[in-house]
Design a protein around this ligand. Sequence first.
Ligand code: ATP
Ligand code: MG
Length: 536
Amino acid sequence: MSQVEENQVAPVVDENAPSKAALKKAAKEAEKAQKKAEIAKKQAETQPVYVPPKLTLEQMKDAKFGDMPLHQSQPEFTSDNQFTDIKLLTPGPVKIRAYLHNVRATGKSAFTILRQRQFTLQAVFFGEKDMIKYINSVPKESYVEVEGIYKASEQPINSCSISGFELEITRFFAITRAVSMLPLQVEDAARPDSAFEVKDTVFVKPGRDTRFDNRILDLRTPANQSIFKVRMAIQQSFMKFLIEKNFMQITSPKIISGSSEGGADIFSLQYFGQPACLAQSPQLYKQMSIAAGFQRVFEIGPVFRAEKSHTHRHLCEFTGMDIEVEVFQHYHEVLVILDQLMKFIFKNTLETCQEEIDFIRKQFDLKMPPTIEWTEETVIVDFRDGAKWLQEAGYKQSEVEDLNTENERALGKIVKEKFHTDFYILDKFPGSIRPFYTMPDVDDNRFSNSYDMFIRGEEICSGAQRIHDPEYLKERIVAKGINPDTLKDYIDAFRYGCPPHAGAGLGLERIVMLMLGIEDCRQCCLFPRTPERLTP
Ligand code: ATP
Ligand code: MG
């Protein structure tokens, strides 16, 4: 027996032991509970439990309702899909598969709501009691196959996204049943915050951890389905714009030797006995691609940061959207590209995702600010001017120190008041707060050819002109206190001739969050990774 186990069985004198009276009371209550359970058991025995019909493949042909068999392959494969997407239904007989969003039955009818992605449709059945009983036995969130007649509804159905039509059910099958006690009700997860803020409300707001612990259910809400459509639109706009501008898409390695760009925020790992880590950004490799003659590159990929930050804008794994380009005369060439790129993303996303944005607004209702404003000619603020404006407004801000979150927000407000824009660029950051590869400003080397972009006063992007001379690069690395041996391959990349270049790294989750005005970037990430969360 181990020491621990021995300790556990050692006699202990417990001063807080219950009194005799308390023990007697507890025994009485246990007896009561047992009696109650016996009565319930007897009742259950006399009332037969409903057993839904489980169909075989053969029975499926004629049955009107029942649970589908697991192996439902038809005898012959045809590429002709008989199922219609809920958004493409036309009046007449139809067949769809969907989640059972809601179900309720009376003696004569069953009312259901079917859901595909963010869209819901009412489906009703009037007829045989057996079938009503069956439909009512299927738990919410089960995946079902339904056949029926799609037709105009007599009255608008406000509880569904498709309000002018409904489905009159003729056949109804459960493909897979959800458990009946769901850890999270999709309807609750989809309710706007205002529904929980009403006095005496019966609704219980699901907590953030409950949502993320049960992300599969949480993701089924119309707003969440829509967020991921917007996210995709942003990525697609980013790619479309850059491809048209002759950029090359690259995929750089995510397992890298040593300690990435240095610093404490790295996830270390063992690579067959060699120290390695997950890339903190594609920085070094996108520059090496420029050295390899690619001229203009972009990448969309995972970025890993072991930051123990518990903020609304930090994840331990996020999606980076990066660019790097050759510059010819001035690093502002890249600012022109970034500016046009962001405006293309804004316009394209707002145009193509209007319906999704409406769904998102419905759930995040009052808390969401209106869509962002921007100016045709982008506002580029010099860091020194930004610092001066902050000082004038009463904030403590030096010319050569980084902005903290509060000042970043405050400067966003000042810029919005001055120029009526939620999007702007801050240029010429102090060199001391930027990474070793940043090109200093030739006129005043306290500053550098580096910039950040902001939406609603929060950083979405950092970028700079890079040092393309190997000896100068090495000097800067040493000056920053980093051992140049750990960056040998990177420095050597510039020994074979390299064009002057500049680039930028954008955070996708932050852009989604700030464009939409959502509170937390975790909501814009499929399965977020934070210091406390590695699952699901
Ligand atoms: P911050 O100061 O906000 O922590 P950063 O300056 O450390 O960000 P960069 O290294 O400049 O971040 O990364 C480029 C971009 O990647 C940022 O502008 C931001 O959009 C995004 N980003 C950085 N860190 C995170 C993170 N932990 N989670 C989500 N996005 C991030
Ligand atoms: Mg930054």
